[in-house]
Design a protein around this ligand. Sequence first.
Ligand code: NAD
Length: 424
Amino acid sequence: MGTKFKRLMEALSHTTISDDTVERLKYPKSSLKVSIPVRMDNGDLKNFQGYRVIYNNTRGPAKGGIRFHPDVSIEEVELLAYLMTFKCAVLNLPFGGGKGGVTVDPKSISKFELERLSRGYINAVADFIGPDVDVPAPDVYTNQMIMGWMMDQYSIIHRKITPAVITGKPLSMGGSVGRDTATALGSFFVIRTLMKEQNCKKDSLTVAIQGFGNAGSILAELLFRAGYKIVAVSDSKGAIYSENGLDIPSVRKYKNATRDLKSVYCEDSVCNILEHQTLNNEELLALDVDMLIPAALENQITEVNANAVKAKYVFEVANGPIASGADEILEENGVIIIPDILANAGGVTVSYFEWIQNRTGHYWTLGKVNKRLKQKMVQETKNVLEVSQRESVSIRTAAYIHALNRLEEAVNAGGTKSFYTDGI
Ligand code: NAD
């Protein structure tokens, strides 16, 4: 097994999982590469490369987002589909792991071209997805409107309205209330559960957050309102820092108005209210805080900068912000990592709720969505922490073990080696 399986191998060294299960996890179930011809606004025909992967569907239809990014490749999509297999199993969702993507810089094409590309993607993968087969969702640089176009295109092809084929849709097209805040709220429940288990007093905890988008900014506000001291936040242009804590609702308000974090404190009257300084992202990652929350991109903490991290806890709200080579360094330095397959699973959990609502035609209130999200996140965080203590392993390894046990149960239900060979 290659390096992408490093964390799985670590979990396997602490638990007994059948060879059948390991064999099933070695390769994706299916990997589809497609070409998507799009007529561009200037009349040119451009052929984009797209992908959809079902890594494993032993526990249910595949589930995973669609990414539009210039770096998307089949290898990346396979890796993300593999991670989704574990994330859905950690949360005990009745889904396997899937993922999709198109190699494109969405900022370089017009809105008309974006819609044609989104519909073209569905034309290409329509026989490969479906409510009982593989259920996509938004990911990097795809959003509600794109999910709406895609659902519409699938419905046109199949000549029936099929909202359950895709999640993260606009509310008016069968989306779920609470889906937009689900990732941040799910992370918040994980943090609160862990802090309780560790007897931490929340008002004494300082937090730095990398990434102030959907997940990072909403989580910042939830933590701020719960009494945590958010001392630094960053976006792609840089970071702002205040030893006494930032006023997050103001930061969000001004960031939304200006799209620029730095201007929040430097060009507005807030400048006079709070002392602050600006930092670059490397400096943010190295701050002496209790909690560091990478909520932007992959591979932000690597072998190169892992030793600079001084935080006691790192919560992986982004997917894969810690390169696997940095795990060991952080652990040796006593840093407690809460892995992405648990920390950011609130998004896929409410996607599951959206799928249920689409299939039943009965739509839930925000109160019901958030209550069920809380139940799931708290329960599975407790389960993972219990495995971590019982097996004396990191929380990441515990999350993998927890998922593996569920995957094994499903694989074994179809027959084990001893079932087939006993008495032969
Ligand atoms: P987003 O696009 O809304 O926000 C990303 C933020 O990161 C932006 O503020 C951007 O300026 C910032 N950023 C970009 N490059 C940066 C850099 N070099 N340094 C610091 N900040 C930088 O995206 P999002 O939906 O908030 O997702 C963030 C991460 O969370 C991604 O890894 C995503 O896969 C993961 N995630 C999101 C969801 C979800 O439902 N939104 C679910 C699961 C996982």
